[in-house]
Ligand binder design. Structure first.
Ligand code: ADP
Length: 628
């Protein structure tokens, strides 16, 4: 990772900003073309007015020919009218792209998060990096989101420079009539040099100061100072309103959480007048801004003086004088803008480094390419061979020397106390993580060699913390808006949701939850679990895994689901994880986990009689609560 202090070069500026531009263009095709055209039109439009008013003033102050005046007016109206129309069209075109872009560009991060290795996704460091990138973008537009504006303004500046240069070329080329005294110097090298310096020096220095000011304001130090402040504000500033607060209303009221939150917010001095941000703004950054503004005022003064003196010496008429003043002023503004936005792109580079370092986090999961060959016999044979696994950054092994072979079409139960490694075992099976030691094999081949998506297709898992979304019931089960209604209805019935489904007037089209629809149905935890199970059944994968799916169900409902599950799992290989041993009695094999190891394996009848074993201990402990 590059340090923030590492110098940015122009090479890096172009490389990263062009890469960002290409990426954004992929998500919103036409974004740059539309914005670029709009910029060109808006840059040249003002020059039409400058040019035509100069022609008309010259004619009025000179020969005053009615037909010439008339012609200029007609041409001026036609040209400015056409430009206004064109501007309207390009702005409309650009705005439409901008809206789309605004919604789509976040997809860059979403796609990265979705394709990232789970181990990286789960790291706090990943969340912190993304939070920092997004904060910079949302707060100051610094990051990938700033690139279109940088390029557009650059194009606008460049078009402005070309237009202005064309209009003010005459100022340098028109000779001053023979005059004596100091005015004779105007056309000589001294006069031109003085004008050149008056234009160039402030034009270059002003944006340089501006750039330095931006740089001073937007250092990572400032955004780092703001990160904590923003987080505290985000967490506590909105505690008592917004959707979150409804869910938390009881806790907030009962435990007076708003007073506690107010304390945190008022202790948060990041944004206050004596805070670190104010100090940065008032320091070097502020001084640079003032210097930039002062210098551009000087330029304007210098140009007025030169043009007035040359007009005074009768080098050109009053109309041309207005054109030159307008054009030279526009030239300095445009050159200034161009340089300012060049500096802006250069300043963005530090932020783009962060963005691309994040987007370039390597991905190990997706390296495999073997297909799992869709076998009609569903004979998928999975084996854990001496697998050990430690969570990234964790000191202890979560799984140690685990070896187990699944018998195709059989029921395997994974039991054990909390923290014994049951969920971790399933996560490895689903390749959310790769083990540090040992191998997991599918039909004899290391699962890392398979195409990840293809491999995932052979599993249906109901995780403990499954999520349903505020969408119609049927779409939740099918994971898609278009689905096979009969198949979804059957899956729901198999999962024990049949009666409830019959009671819903809108059936599969019933909206779940009330986030978007006041008529939505608030389902209970147990009902949600049944829907989650139906979703797993609908996927119809050869492996079906239930990770403590019945935690929110009462023991009767649990017995009903487990009892039925054996039947509906059919020829699938089913794996159950449960701490309620009574639910697993029917399984062909039970693996007992303890402190990350499989300490016993066998059927319920075999294990329960082994009085010195863990299973017997757990069974006896639970027997007092449940009628076996
Ligand atoms: P179980 O499902 O049997 O309750 P887990 O597989 O969830 O157990 O956990 C096994 C061990 O791994 C526990 O010590 C737990 O604290 C640890 N663990 C689980 N998830 C993580 C994680 N994401 N990061 C670090 N340690 C974890």
């Amino acid at each position: 990772m590059k340090k923030d202090t590492e110098k940015v070069t122009w090479g890096e500026t172009w490389r990263l900003s062009l890469r960002a531009a290409k990426l954004l263009e992929n998500y919103t095709p036409g974004l740059f073309l539309a914005a670029g055209m709009d910029a060109v039109v808006s840059a040249v439009t003002p020059y039409a007015a400058v040019f035509f008013s100069a022609r008309i003033i010259d004619e009025l102050a000179g020969a005053r020919r009615a037909e010439v005046l008339w012609r200029w007016v007609v041409i001026a109206v036609a040209v400015t009218g056409t430009l206004a129309l064109l501007q309207h069209l390009t702005t409309g075109w650009r705005t439409a792209r901008d809206y789309t872009h605004f919604y789509r560009y976040q997809g860059i991060y979403k796609d990265k998060l979705l394709s990232m290795d789970f181990a990286d996704l789960e790291k706090q460091e990943t969340a912190d990096r993304l939070a920092q990138i997004q904060q910079n973008e949302n707060w100051t537009g610094l990051g990938i989101i700033g690139v279109p504006e940088g390029y557009v303004q650059l194009v606008k500046g460049l078009s402005g420079v070309i237009g202005a240069a064309a209009l003010c070329a005459g100022l340098f080329l028109t000779p001053t009539p023979a005059v004596t005294g100091p005015l004779a110097l105007l056309d000589g090298p001294v006069g031109l040099l003085a004008l050149g310096l008056a234009i160039v020096v402030p034009t270059v220095l002003s944006p340089w100061f501006q750039g330095k000011s931006d740089e001073a304001d937007s250092t990572e130090a400032m955004s780092a100072a703001a990160t904590l402040g923003n987080r505290i504000y985000g967490a506590f500033g909105f505690l008592t309103y917004g959707a979150e607060s409804v869910a938390r209303a009881l806790d907030i009221r009962m435990y007076d959480q708003q007073t506690l939150a107010r304390h945190y917010v008022s202790e948060n001095r990041v944004f206050s007048a004596d805070g670190p941000l104010a100090r940065i703004k008032a320091g070097k950054g502020g001084l640079m801004m003032a210097a930039a503004a002062g210098l551009s005022a000087l330029t304007t003064g210098g140009v007025y003086l030169y043009v007035c003196l040359k007009a005074w010496a009768r080098a050109f008429g009053v109309g041309m004088a207005t054109q030159y003043i307008g054009a030279v002023t526009a030239l300095t503004v445009s050159v200034g803008e161009m340089l300012r936005w060049l500096m802006y792109l250069r300043n963005l580079t530090r932020y783009l480094r962060r963005t691309f370092e994040f987007l370039d986090i390597p991905n190990a999961m997706y390296q495999g390419s073997l297909t799992t060959e869709k076998r009609s016999d569903r004979q998928y044979d999975v084996e854990f061979r001496d697998v050990s696994f430690r969570y990234p950054g964790a000191p202890d092994w979560a799984l140690r020397h685990v070896s187990v072979k699944f018998k195709v079409g059989k029921r395997l139960a994974v039991v054990g106390e909390n923290g014994s490694g049951k969920t971790t075992f399933i996560k490895l099976l689903c390749r959310l993580y790769d083990p540090q030691e040992g191998q997991i094999l599918l039909n004899g081949i290391d699962i890392r060699k398979y195409d990840y998506r293809d491999y995932m297709d052979i599993f249906s898992v109901v995780f403990q913390d499954f999520q349903l979304i505020s969408q119609p019931l049927g779409a939740n089960v099918a994971g898609s808006a278009d689905y096979d209604r009969a198949k979804v209805t059957k899956a729901l019935a198999d999962a024990g949701f049949g009666e409830r489904l019959a009671s819903l007037p809108e059936g599969l089209d019933t909206q779940l939850y009330r986030d978007f629809d006041g008529e939505g149905v608030q389902i209970s935890g147990g009902e949600a679990q049944k829907i989650a199970i139906a979703r797993a059944l609908y996927k119809d994968a050869p492996f079906i895994i239930l990770d403590e799916p019945t935690a929110a169900l009462d023991p009767i409902a649990e017995a009903e689901i487990y009892g039925k599950f054996d039947e509906i799992a059919g020829d699938k290989t089913a794996i159950y994880i449960s701490h309620r041993l009574s639910s697993c009695k029917f399984c062909d094999e039970i693996a007992v986990f303890h402190e990350g190891r499989i300490v016993q394996k066998g059927t319920h009848d075999e294990l329960v009689v082994d009085e010195g074993g863990k299973y017997h201990e757990l069974w006896t402990a639970q027997a007092q609560y449940y009628d076996k």
